[in-house]
Design a protein around this ligand. Sequence first.
Ligand SMILES: Cc1cc2nc3c(=O)[nH]c(=O)nc-3n(C[C@H](O)[C@H](O)[C@H](O)COP(=O)(O)OP(=O)(O)OC[C@H]3O[C@@H](n4cnc5c(N)ncnc54)[C@H](O)[C@@H]3O)c2cc1C
Length: 478
Amino acid sequence: MQLKYDVIIVGSGLAGIWTALNLDKKLKVLVLTKSKVWGCNSFYAQGGVTVAKDEKDIPFHIEDTMIAGSYHNDKKMVELLSQKSLSVIDDIEKLGFRFDRDEKGNILFTREGAHSKNRIVHAGGDATGREIHKFVFNKDKSFFIDEAVVFDLLIEDNKCYGVSVLQNNKKMNIYANSVVIASGGVGGLYKFDTNANTISGDMQGLCTLKNIKLKDMEMTQFHPTVYVQMKTAQKLLLSESLRGEGAKVVDQNKKRFLFDYDERGELASRDIVSRAIYDYKQRGNEVFLDFSEWNEKFLAKRFPTIYYKLRDLGYNIPNDLVPISPAFHYMMGGIEVEENSKIKNFKNLYAVGEVACTGIHGANRLASNSLLECFVFGKICAEDINKNISEIDKRFKINEEILKKENDKFYKNQLREIMWKNVGIIRDEKNLLKALNFVEKTIPKLGRITKLRFLTAKEIIKSALNRKESLGAHYRKD
Ligand SMILES: Cc1cc2nc3c(=O)[nH]c(=O)nc-3n(C[C@H](O)[C@H](O)[C@H](O)COP(=O)(O)OP(=O)(O)OC[C@H]3O[C@@H](n4cnc5c(N)ncnc54)[C@H](O)[C@@H]3O)c2cc1C
């Protein structure tokens, strides 16, 4: 393997691979990924990609995004996102991809919670992420190394010279002129989560060791409709577009109780629906998703992934009610970046996708704006690298810290419990302090790789403590 590349990209999700695809073909690019290529949230995305339908829709898309984000969003970045969304369909379809269409060949647009219009494009019915991810990965010609965990960034004087990687139990340094962090969110920190099991916030924690600023870390999104009664760590998401297209949230008496919480009922934004379901369950009720609006044929065609998964789990869909719970889903906060995806104060270090905080999501992400973010900011990042890349060279000693310790797994599981109970959907100071105390006490006992996720958890807790008022997805009951 070569030791020096033009660009190293950490992460093989849509953000990483779309960045790679938009880089100058002359550049020697290496994509590193922690597990297998499909071990990423992009692969599991169901509902689709938001795009402004035309110039006239832009102000509405911006407004929907800002309302969902409780106006905590960076408006300039939201404008940029919406404007650039106009070319996303073309950008990928000109490479040969096809979004779902009707019999006449018109692209089908669906709708999800808190969108004022049908403006979400999808593929393979409810397998949008899988279809896109498979397609872009096959197109990309970068060098690729899987099962490679990045555990250090080689930084001196605000320049990043490369990364340290653990592969096959061997540590090595790999160097580059530019480094892109595209390592996704933090799902693995929570007991109930919808994320791929590679997603555990390692790189955000690493950033705290390197004085790289994280922003809005208290803004964690919980998805309202998740089937959590399965053994795997990753729980089954029941896409928001189910509710957008007519599935109902009901209790044991088939009452649509969400209207008692918000006049938009099933179509209120995610934080509102999640809290309502959480609260209703705490009062001793059971909560279900009701598919009886549709016939079986429609479900199997429009939502094949969900339909067959639920059938496999023993549910007679659409007749049976399916029990649901909220679960951790998406991280709005992350590494603070500038308009060109560059990390503040660095010349050659970038962050894109869920790991970055561009400010577009504010306090709560509007459904299906995240794949859009990967497309828009992946391209922006690549264009900036194409323009500004220059040769740098420096060698670093291998980091000697112990990477894994015997009890790491035990502590990881404890962390997942505590984050769910104390730093979850409804928060207060007492429980946050308990969580902080546990995290601080445990960090010295951990191997470096697990320590990184604890450092990310610590940032979430500290930010949640600092924001004393409720805002968007961050809800303080005290
Ligand atoms: C079940 C589910 C459904 C969703 N549905 C939608 C939807 O319909 N529409 C939408 O817009 N969004 C959806 N989302 C959100 C969206 O999928 C993600 O926000 C988006 O895919 C993030 O892409 P990414 O490339 O930033 O990260 P990911 O796709 O998560 O990729 C991160 C990559 O980084 C790698 N990595 C992490 N740490 C390291 C490390 N230390 N070393 C090396 N590699 C590392 C991982 O292995 C992975 O390859 C959904 C999410 C989930 C979980």
